[in-house]
Design a binder for this molecule. Sequence first.
Ligand SMILES: Cc1ncc(COP(=O)(O)O)c(C=O)c1O
Length: 364
Amino acid sequence: MISTKRAYNFNAGPSALPVEVLEKAQEELVNFNSSGMSIMEMSHRSKDYETVHNDAIARLKSLYAIPDNYEVLFLQGGASLQFTMVPMNFLKEDQTASYILTGSWSEKAIKEAKLFGQTREAASSKENAYRNIPAFEEIQFNETDAYVHLTSNNTIYGTAWNEFPKTGDIPLIADMSSDILSKPVDVSNFGVIYAGAQKNLGPSGVTVVIIRKDLIEKANTKIPTMLKYSTHADSNSLYNTPPTFGIYMLGEVLKWVEEKGGLDAIAKNNEEKAKVIYDVIDNSNGFYKGHATIESRSLMNITFRVTDEELEKQFLAEAKEAGFVGLNGHRSVGGCRASTYNAVPFEACKALADFMIAFQNKHQ
Ligand SMILES: Cc1ncc(COP(=O)(O)O)c(C=O)c1O
């Protein structure tokens, strides 16, 4: 239906959205549900909007089989505000929170926690240039910790947890910004899961928080109203005006995931997409070099170098010329990064793999 050619979009975030969702939004934009206005123009207290809002919550609950003792919240301020809200709500001055450091986003998260209480580096792969996820045996936390925090997928370094540590009675809190909705996850292992929407969930502007109800009840009370989880839980995320268009888009993305067969099917597709690119790296005889160790590789962000620095510049320039968007590594680490989120089609990954092979053949 779309007449323009879609780019091979490997942006790290904001990033590709399913074309079917964009087309549906386009169709409904001017006149949503025969209301004579767009979803952006109607009251967040209207019946039409309320249906969209509750439908998105219900779909997320169903896709992840979220147990009844959890709330789904739609907040603003990005994952970055969660770096603050988590310790503000759950860490008391005389308590310690454990953070597992696997990249820049975990560093930013622990920095905020230090403002509210004590912190412990439960494990860190910094000395290994964040190439790996620490082994379970390395992780040190305490039974008195307020919580243990980790980043499930490290967008900048291209690593991800395949399995999550068990923390028993201590709540495990995860920043899932860059791999939420990419595979099934047992929500009951977590106290809180949070994610900015702009990778796998929808446009930027919405932050999804999945949170255990008992933690909301036990949270600190002497904090600003808007920064209390309870404020949003008590009002079904309608305490103030929510980002209505973003939540509408999120609902449409969730429908799209359902139509694709749910999280199992999405995970399988993501594995196939990543494999086609990792295979090129692994079979390149060192021409391309992956940043992450093989067992810690992310299926969402594939980070690699062209071993020859001059050729790397040429690679990025030629790739851009050939229509591949967003392949430059994060400005803090350089190199190359292909972000292969849910909405990036297999064909785009295959086209990139073919391009990488052709580039190697031409320049080796
Ligand atoms: C893993 C991770 N955490 C946090 C953030 C920050 O998210 P936001 O820009 O929504 O605050 C990002 C952004 O890319 C991210 O990838």
